[in-house]
Ligand binder design. Structure first.
Ligand code: ADP
Ligand code: ZN
Length: 764
């Protein structure tokens, strides 16, 4: 037998290629792509993942001695092949070492060997029987058993069935006698978690019984016509799974969640796995209870706040195929779901899908690539799809599915606008109208939600005469005030200027600084309504899952009159008693020094407004703004998201911004301010020189900057950045590969750290 070799990538290292090891014959059967192995690296022991196995080696320098793999760590490969492929793509696309990608994907310290799935007698549905008819289906118990089995994809373990269905034996025996169900003894075997063996022998996990109404509530909710049509459109891709992106474009309260549930149900029935991504812990808490009720034991929940032990267990449950549904935030996109044939990305526009440190990936984009690799439909839902997604629909790369009205034809809330320029006094927090409305709401025993848009963009100046914020001379971005050198600076191109005495637009001497926080608003609420019970939700007050749950619970159970908060209160929540939404400072996002500012703001305002009037009572939304006639604000007021997208796409095209171009941020940081500046300047020189060469071969690259980042100093590091713009993704790939290659090991960059952020969420 020929000697076998494996290419192994060492976990956690910055080495960007695999190392070669020989495979001892005793391990020949066990070492496969995706296997975790222990190897020697220099003098130490290290863990690695096998990329590929072959019987030859590439040309290697003579000095390299090929060492044997010491052992495998798990019974079966830790990484299924599709996930390994995804990780390789992620590593390349985000310019991040593969070993570190793998380290992030496999939970830290995860060492439970991937063993065979749990065993015991298995049950298999033989006939597909009609629940209403059929000799042996006379008893309720028999019906329930068949339903459970169907939902479990046709097979289940007796052990699991017993957990969900009391005393099933009598009915079960009858079903077996009548040939509706067959018993099969599942044997323990190594590698039982490979798809082939799990289909053949061991059974898929069984679902839990529903809530109060038992399992029947699955069929109780009649779908609306739009919901039905949405499912029909996706049906072919569920029956014969293949890659297809869908955009479920449904207004707030249109019943998108029910569609997700039905899709997952269908995947379960086919014996397939599903991955459901939701933006933040906040929503997953709410979604979790909904999904738990339907899928019980078949569901694994995954988010960064999970304790270590639960993370490991969830990973093992999913990897072994004991569970086949994952509901989770961002990083759940890397869960090793078996037979993955459905991916759902809820609120796909949400910026929390973007990871802003280490591996700077966007889970929404990674989900698409995962769907492509797995051959699965990807359903991206939103009331306000991202501009990128809208563009994808226009280009017919995505199929859009519309849900244009709320369930039960509940009206969408109506906006009332308050022009804060005319208000005066009150510190710009409460207009007369909003104050009255909050008082009225509290008196009538309903709840008010007050939203403060505070994205921490720092201080900026607005002219109280014309409402214009001070902007850069050559970019459509708001200038940020820097106290240290008393200047206003553009965070896109780096241009700066001292604070002018008069507004450059209307020449009035009426420039005032802006920006305040929730604490101040809370104080003001308490001053105006001393008896009101206020719940505040922001990053300062809600720093744990428990706090979040208790805050949400206080609102739901009526222990609060006013819910006050930032972005956290805007999303997903379904509070039927909230009839008033007050948007304190609609403009804050408008002034963000970022080309996406308008997009993010409209999305946010429409989301916040969507929290009102979800119960019996219609909703009212009061929006305070200094710019009532600004296009972005107007679009939100009219709930005209389509109109906004048309205009926005047009202007992005003119200004050559994404989605018409590709953007990448290079962040240069150092504990020494001067080093960061020098490093960034030098990097820009390298980039410009490479860009010139690129242009000579007919490819276009633009280099912008360097300039100080919006947060000039974070965690004691000074930050400078520059932006790279290309017109195709492949140009970006080769350009950055070329730049990174040329600065690798260059001593002039020794004192700085360079971070690459592809498709950055912001320009700051
Ligand atoms: P979205 O996610 O689109 O904002 P939800 O999924 O939260 O909307 O649905 C809004 C409300 O409508 C929820 O309370 C949900 O239970 C209810 N709902 C969804 N579909 C139906 C239906 N077919 N019939 C009745 N109520 C429904
Ligand atoms: Zn500028």
């Amino acid at each position: 037998m020929a000697e076998l070799f494996a290419e192994v990538v060492i976990m956690g290292t910055a080495l960007n290629k695999g190392l070669h090891y020989s495979i001892p014959s005793r391990l020949a059967a066990k070492v496969q792509p995706g296997s975790r192995v222990s190897v020697e690296l220099g003098k130490r022991k290290a863990a690695g993942i096998v990329l590929c196995v072959g019987d030859s080696l590439p040309e290697l320098p003579d000095t390299i001695r090929i060492r044997p793999i010491r052992d495998t760590i798990d019974e079966a490969p830790a990484m299924p092949p599709d996930l390994l492929k995804l990780c390789r793509w992620v590593s390349e696309y985000y310019f991040y070492p593969l070993g570190q990608v793998l380290d992030l994907v496999i939970p830290f310290g995860w060492s439970e060997p991937v063993g065979p799935a749990p065993n015991g007698p298995g049950l298999k549905l033989v006939r597909l029987v009609d629940c209403q008819a059929g000799e042996s289906l006379k008893s309720e118990k028999s019906k329930e058993i068949v339903r459970l089995l169907r939902l479990a994809g046709g097979t289940a373990l007796l052990r699991d069935l017993r957990k969900l269905c009391k005393n099933p034996d009598y009915s079960l025996k009858k079903l077996i006698r009548d040939g509706v169900i067959a018993v099969e003894e599942s044997k323990a075997r190594p590698g039982a978690d490979t798809p082939a063996s799990s289909k053949a022998g061991t059974a898929s996990p069984l679902l839990c019984k529903g809530g109060q109404g038992g399992f029947s509530n699955l069929w109780a909710l009649e779908l609306t016509e739009d919901q039905g049509a949405a499912l029909d459109q996706t049906a072919p891709f569920m029956d014969n799974p293949s890659f297809q992106p869908f955009v479920l474009y449904g207004v707030t309260g249109s019943g998108k969640t029910e569609i997700y549930l039905r899709l997952v149900e269908k995947a379960v029935q086919c014996g397939n796995g599903s991955l459901v991504l939701v933006p933040e812990i906040g929503i997953s808490a709410q979604m979790e209870s909904i999904f738990r009720e339907r899928f019980g034991a078949g569901l694994a929940v995954w988010h960064s706040a999970l304790p270590e032990r639960e993370r490991k267990r969830a990973w093992a449950d999913i990897r072994s195929g004991r569970k086949k549904i994952v509901l989770g935030a961002r990083s759940a996109v890397f869960m090793p779901v078996q037979d993955l044939k459905l991916i759902i990305v809820d609120e796909e526009h949400d910026t929390s899908y973007k990871q802003e440190d280490h591996l700077r990936y966007n889970a929404r984009d990674v989900a698409l690539m995962r769907g492509k690799i797995a051959g699965a439909p990807v359903v991206m839902g939103s009331a306000t799809p991202s501009i990128q997604t809208v563009h994808g629909c226009a280009e017919k790369r995505y199929r859009s599915i519309l849900l244009p009205s709320r369930v039960m034809n509940k009206p969408l809330p109506e906006f009332e606008v308050v022009d804060m320029k005319r208000e005066g006094g009150g510190q710009g927090i409460f207009s007369f109208k909003l104050r009255e409305a909050v008082g009225e709401t509290i008196r009538s025993g309903r709840q008010a939600l007050l939203f403060l848009n505070r994205r921490g963009y720092g201080k900026y100046y607005v002219c109280n005469a014309c409402g214009q914020a001070l902007q850069c001379a050559s970019c459509s971005v708001t200038l940020t005030y820097h106290k240290k050198d008393d200047r206003l600076r553009c965070h896109y191109c780096g241009w700066d200027t001292p604070l002018p005495e008069r507004c450059p637009v209307c020449a009035h001497a009426a420039l005032f600084p802006h920006g305040f926080g929730t604490e101040k608003v809370e104080k003001e609420v308490k001053r105006l309504f001393p008896d009101a019970r206020v719940v505040r939700m922001d990053r300062d007050t809600i720093n744990s899952q428990d706090r979040l749950l208790s805050a949400l619970d206080a609102v739901r159970s009526g222990k609060a009159d006013v819910l006050l908060g930032t972005q956290m209160v805007a999303k997903g929540h379904d509070f039927p008693n909230i009839t008033l939404v007050g948007i304190i400072n609609a403009d804050a996002g408008l002034q963000a020094p970022d080309f996406r500012a308008g997009e993010v703001l409209v999305q946010l305002l429409i989301q916040v407004a969507g929290r009102a009037g979800r119960g019996e009572q219609p909703g009212r939304v009061i929006l305070q703004t200094y710019n009532p006639s600004h296009f972005t604000i107007e679009s939100a007021l009219k709930l005209d998201y389509d109109g906004f997208c048309r205009e926005e796409l047009m202007s992005r095209k003119i200004l050559q911004y994404p989605p018409f171009t590709r953007l990448l941020k290079m962040l240069v940081t150092s504990p020494v301010e001067q080093s960061a500046r020098d490093g960034a300047r030098l990097l820009a020189v390298v980039c410009r020189e490479k860009a010139d060469r690129f242009r000579n071969t007919g490819r276009s690259v633009a280099v912008l900057g360097p300039s100080p980042a919006a947060y000039v100093k974070l965690r004691n590091r000074f930050r400078q950045h520059l932006f790279i713009k290309t017109w195709t993704s492949s140009d970006m790939q080769s350009f950055i590969d070329c730049v990174l290659e040329s600065i690798k090991g260059d001593p002039s960059f020794r004192s700085v750290q360079i971070t690459v952020d592809r498709d950055p969420a912001t320009e700051m």
